[in-house]
Every structure is written in structure tokens, then in C-alpha cells.
Ligand binder design. Structure first.
Ligand code: SF4
Length: 390
């Protein structure tokens, strides 16, 4: 069975974009009980629509229910689960074991154990198998040998994070945010304190605990050969552009592995693309050896905001395209359009209008609606960007 490419989506639009750019499955959060309270998150109606859209394309939707439940969080969760099952969800991603038996006993739906449960060994996985869990998302801190041994000794469906931000602490075991901002990291409130810069007496430079991002692109083939069942991308708060670029890159890599066409040149090219869309350096973290100094930023550093994303195609009427703008561009600029079909179209910006169809020369208001005349066929959700590498 081909490995699954699993994408995050913070809202319905991003779910549709993820489906369009090569994800096989999408994980989302509801308005309650999910660890990304800052994402827009999905109402029951959104979940219904998301499942309908994904299922029509043969894709799956998973819902995270992975907060650390305190007594006060339990009220309402059973009704919520029923409503989500009725909305058509394919699996729940849970971390608290009381939910496992409840869901398995009452519904025909898969249950995946969240990375928040920090599973790192085959005995735990075998125990979870007896509890009828369908999949385990291993802790991000597990190395290659352990992944291999866990798969060999359990035969469990194993999911691994392959790309995106890491926690400085073992995922799900950090309360920095609670102490600094009174927001519970494990109930959706993480304020990413580990990325802050601190002034510390006697240190000449600001101190930071931030870690580099995870990037496993070079080892996709190796992980497929180990028998990993699902490759997960981190980031329900990430932009549509980030999702489109990262998903298409991994889609091309996975397909190249299965088609026996993967080469060093392809790997090098995809690594350049993935580095460009990221605002941090990257590393393989725990995969080959214990994470160390090389995987971390100890001193203060700037997060570079990415200006490549110029806009997204939202609608089309004949040759007039509606675009939601993101970053500055102007008439005369040479830009690229990337499409869900993986095409890259180079063009010069010519006929540009505002929402009232008044001609404009410059697009300089983030999130404004623009119109652009284009003499070509471009699908919805294509992205306008600054020219990348050839
Ligand atoms: S503060 Fe950092 S380490 Fe702690 S939960 Fe948030 S992202 Fe993870």
C-alpha cells in the first residue's frame, strides 16, 4: 500500500487546498478539544463540508481530539464525538486513553493515538493494538532504528512527522506557556515561548530555546522502505502557500520513489524549494542520532517572513481571474503561477484591476481582492509567487 501524505488544515479553504495539492488525507481541529486554539478551526458544518469535498476526491479527513483532558473538559465531549462522526469524519486523533474504548465501542470509525501520548517503544504499541487502536503517531523523538523495530515487532499502522516545527520539549510535556502567559499548552493555548528571546544576566546575546524545523525530504525513500504508513506534515496554522509548496514537493518525491525515478538532482531541487518556503533552518532531529546543539538556536535570531507568496486564484470568469493578494507586486513584474496539477507558468503581470474593476498598477494591500486578465487556463487555488529556481 502506498504511503499516505497527511496534511494539516486550519480551516475549510486550506483543507480544499491540501486536497488539491496532493494530500491523501487531512487532519483538522474542531472548535473544542484540539491543540491549536489559534487556528480558525472547524465548526460541525465545516467538518461536514470538508468531509464531503475530500471524500469526493477519494481522500480522508481526521479530527484531532488531543488536548489533555481535565475533569472540566469532559462535559459535552461524547455529544461532540457523535456529531463529528455524523459529519463523516474518517478517524479521531486522540491522546487520552478514556476516549479510545469509548469511540471504538460506540462508533465504526478509526482511532489514531496522537503524538501527544509520546509512544516510543514496541511494548506500548502492542498494548495499544490490544485496545484496538488503528494507528499510532509515534513521538517525534523516536529514532530510525526504533521506528524499524516497532514496525517489525507490532505490524501496527505507524505515522511519523516528516516536516515542520518541532517542540523544544517532548511534545505534549511542556508547560512553558502556562507559566509565562497563563495559556495551557496542552489545551490548545501554546504561545510558543520556546521561540522567544530572553535577556539573561552575563550573556551578551539574547538566549533562545528554539529548535530548527524538521525536514525528512532526503530520507523519504528510506522511511517508505521501513514500512511507515503515513507521513505527516506539521502546521495547522500555516498559510495556503506553505501548504501548496510543501505538499507538492513531498507528493513529487513520494511518487518518484514509487515510480523508481528518484534521483539526486530531484532531491536537491526539492530541498531548495522546501528551504525557500521555510523561515527557519532545518534538520532531521532525532532520526539518526540524539538531537544536539546543531539542531537548535541558542542565541536570538530573526524569523524571516516569507514574501514569495503573492496571491491565490479564488475564482474565474472567462479570462478574468479573481485573486486574493498576499504580498506586494506590480504591473511589469515577472512572476510564476504554480497550479494544483504541478505546472509552473512564468508570466509578466499586465492587466491588473481592483475589486471595482478599476485599473491599478500596484497590488500592495494584503488580503485585498484583485482581478487579473490572463490569456490561459489556470485552475482555482493556483498560487502566484515570486520566481523560484528553474
Ligand atoms: S512552548 Fe515550545 S516546546 Fe512548549 S509546547 Fe509550545 S512549541 Fe512546544
Amino acid at each position: 500500500m502506498k504511503v499516505e501524505l497527511l496534511s494539516p488544515a486550519g480551516d475549510l479553504e486550506r483543507l480544499k487546498i491540501a486536497c488539491s495539492y496532493g494530500a491523501d488525507a487531512i487532519y483538522i481541529g474542531g472548535r473544542d478539544y484540539s491543540l491549536r486554539a489559534n487556528a480558525d478551526n472547524f465548526s460541525i458544518e465545516d467538518i461536514k463540508e470538508g468531509c464531503r469535498f475530500a471524500h469526493e476526491l477519494g481522500k480522508k479527513v481526521y479530527l484531532t481530539l488531543n488536548i489533555v483532558f481535565h475533569n472540566e473538559d469532559i462535559d459535552g465531549v461524547y455529544d461532540y464525538i457523535k456529531a463529528v462522526v455524523d459529519a463523516g469524519i474518517d478517524a479521531f486523533i486522540v491522546s487520552d486513553l478514556f476516549l479510545v474504548r469509548y469511540i471504538k465501542k460506540n462508533f465504526q470509525v478509526e482511532v489514531h493515538l496522537s503524538t501527544q501520548a509520546s509512544v516510543t517503544n514496541y511494548l506500548s504499541v502492542n498494548f495499544l493494538k490490544q485496545e484496538k487502536i488503528d494507528r499510532v503517531v509515534l513521538a517525534r523523538e523516536v529514532n530510525r532504528d526504533d521506528i524499524k523495530e516497532i514496525i517489525e515487532k507490532t505490524g501496527m499502522d505507524i505515522e511519523i512527522f516528516i516536516h515542520g516545527a518541532m517542540c523544544t520539549f517532548v511534545s505534549g510535556r511542556c508547560v512553558l506557556s502556562n507559566y509565562f502567559t497563563n495559556r495551557d499548552s496542552n489545551r490548545g493555548g501554546c504561545a510558543q515561548i520556546c521561540r522567544f528571546c530572553f535577556d539573561i544576566n552575563d550573556l551578551e546575546v539574547p538566549f533562545s530555546m528554539a529548535v530548527k524545523d524538521l525536514n525528512m525530504a532526503l530520507y523519504i525513500k528510506d522511511m517508505i522502505e521501513l514500512g511507515v504508513r503515513s507521513f505527516k506534515i506539521e502546521g495547522r496554522m500555516r498559510s495556503p502557500f506553505y501548504l501548496a509548496v510543501v505538499l507538492s514537493s513531498y507528493r513529487r518525491l513520494i511518487d518518484a520513489v514509487y515510480n523508481n525515478t528518484l534521483t539526486d538532482d530531484i532531491l536537491e531541487k526539492e530541498m531548495k524549494i522546501l528551504s525557500r518556503v521555510s523561515n527557519r533552518e532545518n534538520s532531521t532531529h532525532f532520526y539518526f542520532e540524539e538531537a544536539s546543539l546543531k539542531d537548535q538556536y541558542y542565541t536570538g535570531r530573526q524569523e524571516n517572513s516569507n514574501q514569495d507568496y503573492l496571491g491565490i486564484v479564488m475564482e474565474r470568469q472567462d479570462n478574468l481571474y479573481t485573486i486574493r493578494q498576499r504580498n506586494y507586486f506590480k504591473v511589469g513584474d515577472k512572476i510564476e503561477i504554480i497550479t494544483p496539477n504541478m505546472d509552473i507558468i512564468n508570466l509578466e503581470v499586465k492587466n491588473l484591476y481592483n475589486e471595482k474593476m478599476e485599473r491599478i498598477e500596484v497590488a500592495n494591500q494584503a488580503d485585498s481582492i484583485l482581478k487579473m486578465e490572463l490569456d490561459m487556463d489556470i485552475p482555482i487555488y493556483s498560487m502566484l509567487r515570486k520566481p523560484y529556481i528553474s
